[in-house]
Design a binder for this molecule. Structure first.
Ligand code: TYD
Length: 126
């Protein structure tokens, strides 16, 4: 898990700084909003891209699977993110239409970086 600097005054200000909370150079930022309720997203791993995902509004449950251990995590606070290093299979579910996911990524988008087949993911590990 990655904890951002949070400054609480009249509002809640969350800060992600490379070299402090973020352990890689950020090459890409993307966000997902208005997911269809009940929709399953993710279901892939990345070969090289390192990512940190924040749920900055609403709720999400995430499945994290490194090929040995599969666990489910919730992200109930906007300043707590989950790191998705290379070769971490991840799934996002139980989102509502209010859910907003913000992702910081270490590489530019490349479809060749994705492994979208679970058997292929397992084979790449061993
Ligand atoms: P994907 O990463 O599979 O979404 P999720 O993890 O939310 O299920 O991406 C969905 C589509 O968007 C897929 O066709 C690839 C495209 N895409 C880009 O073109 N650039 C990007 O930076 C991202 C994250 C996705």
């Amino acid at each position: 898990m990655v904890e951002l600097l949070r400054i609480e005054d009249d509002a809640s200000l969350c800060v992600a700084e490379v070299g402090n909370q973020i352990p890689f150079e950020i090459k890409r930022v993307y966000y997902l909003l208005k997911p269809k309720p009940g929709e399953l997203r993710g279901s892939h791993a990345h070969r090289e891209t390192d990512q940190i995902l924040f749920c900055i509004q609403g709720t999400v449950k995430m499945v994290l699977d490194d090929g040995k251990t599969r666990e489910e995590v919730c992200l109930p606070e906007a300043h707590i993110g989950v790191r998705l290093p290379p070769m971490m299979w991840h799934e996002m579910h139980d989102m509502t239409k209010e859910t907003v996911l913000l992702v910081l990524a270490s590489k530019e988008y490349a479809e060749s970086d994705y492994i979208r087949d679970y058997e292929e993911f397992k084979n790449c590990l061993f």
